[in-house]
Design a protein around this ligand. Sequence first.
Ligand SMILES: [Zn+2]
Length: 288
Amino acid sequence: MPTPSPIVPSGVPHQIAELLQTLIRFDTTNPPGNERDCLSYIHRLLTEAGCDAQLVGRSPERPNLIARLQGQGDAPPLLLQGHVDVVPADPREWQHPPFEGRIVDGYVWGRGALDMKGGIAMMLTAFLRAKAEALPLPGDVILALVSDEERGGEYGARYLVESQGRLFQGVHYAIGEFGGFSFPLGNRRFYPIMVPDKQICVLRATVRAHGEHGAFTGKDGAMAQLARVLLQLEKHRMPVHVTPAARRMLLAIASNLPFPQGNPVPATPEPAPGRPDSQAAGQPAQDI
Ligand SMILES: [Zn+2]
């Protein structure tokens, strides 16, 4: 039996947890972001390991890192993408300081541990490992670590799409931020794979009423009507839209559970009446 290769070859940070701790210690709270130091650190790790990596951006303070491993040309490039900025954290609300990356009871604590410096530590380690082991890759692997994901992506994804699209030519598949975390159900543990993200559903309401003078007590004005609309929205449960991916996931989970948890009937709720499935979130605004 061949000896399994070490999980962390030389040139790769000693432990993934240590790498994650280091990444958390760069305070990349967005706003303002200040992603430069964090990405420069990653850039140094990559270039010291002999990887082809560059920093590109609209502003030197908010760059994006693109690295590429050459494959054999038998498959389209695979994109690994992540963001290094994090949402704000108020230390008073935290059990452990959010930017120290402490390990407590076997867990790394810190802002970004989940969203998504943990994911970056994994992607980066896999990327460095593929380089260190000269892994024969069917296609190129591109690592794209961006700034400014939490506030619109002006300096990150938008900049890359608008100004650096050639770097991603031919990409068919990407692994990005994940929203599915392992969870126990029955006596099994499930590892969901996130395929889409939540969408927003924009409604535009126009309320019409007679104008009133501020000195008079008008009834049923536009604001009062709008209040009723908001109360109705608050009171009603929105319809359930079961997408094909969600249906497949629920059936797969059900088929791996014993009766009665595995009964697929509760696992496949039908959409509530009133709105067909095709009018799910992500559609343009509609007047009501
Ligand atoms: Zn995120």
